[in-house]
Ligand binder design. Structure first.
Ligand code: ADE
Length: 282
């Protein structure tokens, strides 16, 4: 079983995500366990203070060290009593980039994975000095806290635990596991806003479909993420598919035809879609 303990000031952010879809299934099958701990429960004062002004001045508040250190000590004691160990993680923009490889290693972790969610302007440096957590970054941007990254780590790792997804082949086929982007998928109806489905997918010819998908995956990767193909050894089949794409002139056109915010005109013009009330206010 893959086990996470999350330390957070906002425990309410987790249940809405963890109680849906595959994560819920992982839970129900006993393959995943996530315990969410409120850092305020590890304060000693009446007001349950978890943050304070930075020494030296400056804007914003800093998360206090003691509640975090107390929480981790409690988890460590509990783990030891069960003959277990913990792995301490801390999502920050300074961390090691989170990748599919990283997720794979997390998924195979036998220790309890403790994720510390930081907030405000930062966390007292003595937390880093004392716990030496493994810092992990989701990307070169700054989020308001570590809760969304924690959910991303849990989601990306949990779905790789055997049995969490219904069809294990979907893990094998998908993007990045094999370092190729995914081929395009279609489902009913056969026509949407005047756009049909490639004939080969309706042909029932399994080998032709496999080759078409492989070719589309190669094309998509070449056009969107050429870095993934760098230094790659191609099979004879892949090389042939790439040659075909090249001679068909399909390796030069941009794949993403729509700019940010644009909608394909045939969809935008469909008033049944546009007239529906969009979204629900929280
Ligand atoms: N916390 C705030 N921003 C973050 C990021 N980009 N990755 C991980 N943790 C973060």
């Amino acid at each position: 079983m893959l086990r996470f303990d999350v330390l957070t000031l906002f425990p309410g952010m987790f249940a809405p995500v963890l109680t849906h879809s595959m994560l819920k299934r992982g839970y129900e099958k006993g393959l995943l366990a996530v315990k969410v701990h409120n850092l305020r429960d590890f304060t000693a004062d009446r007001h349950k203070v978890v943050d304070d002004m930075p020494y030296g001045g400056g804007a914003g508040m800093v998360m206090k060290a003691e509640p975090i250190l107390l929480a981790v000590a409690a988890l460590r004691t509990e783990a030891r009593a069960n003959g277990e160990d913990i792995r301490m993680m801390f999502p920050t923009p300074h961390g090691r980039p989170f990748t599919q490889d990283y997720a794979q290693k997390l998924a195979a972790e036998s220790r309890r994975i403790v994720i510390l969610c930081g907030h405000y302007e930062g966390v007292d440096e003595r937390v880093r000095m004392t716990l030496a957590p493994e810092e992990v970054s989701l990307g070169d941007y700054v989020l308001t806290g570590g809760e969304l990254p924690a959910l991303v780590l849990i989601d990306a790792a949990a779905r790789l635990v055997p049995g969490v997804l219904g069809d294990p082949s979907s893990v094998l086929e998908e993007s990045f596991s094999e370092a190729l982007l995914e081929y395009p998928q279609y489902t009913r109806p056969a026509e949407v806003g005047g756009i049909g489905v490639p004939d080969v997918l309706l042909s029932g010819h399994h080998e032709a479909i496999r080759l078409w998908r492989r070719k589309q995956a190669l094309r998509s990767t070449y056009l969107r993420r050429p870095d993934l193909l760098k230094d790659r050894m191609f099979t004879k089949e892949d090389q042939q598919l790439l040659d075909e794409l090249m001679s068909e002139g399909l390796l030069t056109a941009p794949t993403s035809c729509l700019e940010e915010g644009q909608v394909h005109e045939s969809v935008g013009a469909n008033s049944a879609v546009v007239d529906k009330k969009i979204g629900t206010e929280l």
